[in-house]
Write a protein that binds this ligand. Sequence first.
Ligand SMILES: [Zn+2]
Length: 278
Amino acid sequence: MLKPSPPLACTVRDCGLWLEARGPVLTCTRGHAYDVARSGYVNLLQPQDRRTLAAGDAKEAVAARSRLLAAGVGRQIVDGFVARAAALRLTDGAVVAELGAGGGNVLGALAAARRISGVGIDLSTSAVAHAIRAFPDVTWVVANADRRLPLLDRSVDLVLSLHGRRNPAECARVLTRKGWLLIGVPGRDDLIELRESVQGHGVRHDRSEALTAEHLPWFALVERFSLRATHRLEPDALVDLLRGTYRGARRSLIDRIDALKPLEVTLATDVWLFETAR
Ligand SMILES: [Zn+2]
């Protein structure tokens, strides 16, 4: 069963009506219906939104990230991100949505810390199936967060995206007038040592100006900060970092890691906190 009335919206083109839970089915008043999986998540993907799906890669990536987190790798990043979200003035029952929620560690941790109504969205069925086993109190939805979000207008108090999808126009649509948007993206020197060893060079991408600019039509910047950690990692963990971080890390890259020795690796995430500006 789904949790009580999350503000989910029908994803049939040009519909967008509220989805009400009726037993094992979610349905809008136009009669569009979605089965709730036995484990409790719902798949709202429309056929035209499935094209980018690479289920195999996603499953490997989720498993790799779980192994890393279980070993404490990336834990400071997740904990720091969740702590910033938990420090926001959220009322009891506040709706918090996460885009690209993956295995659910961020939203699951926030739901354990605060009385929120969580809605985690990911394109990967295997990621969502993993998330609902670990965090059954959150609503988990399979949907394409690059398209129209499966959420009602002005129904969400906080949107989270940690290394996930970004969709500023849609975030602005679904957030309330006093909504928050918390985004974390890889910093310039994220995994720089690993990228240098594997590729022979490490490009230091700086996404900060572009990210700020793409949000300013709808949002005001409240705060920026960085989360950092370093870990000395064995080759197995280095392979997991590539699998879990870079979508579809190429086999040739992973093969080259087998020749690597243990490596000190920097994890760096830049975080933006925006509020809706209307
Ligand atoms: Zn509908």
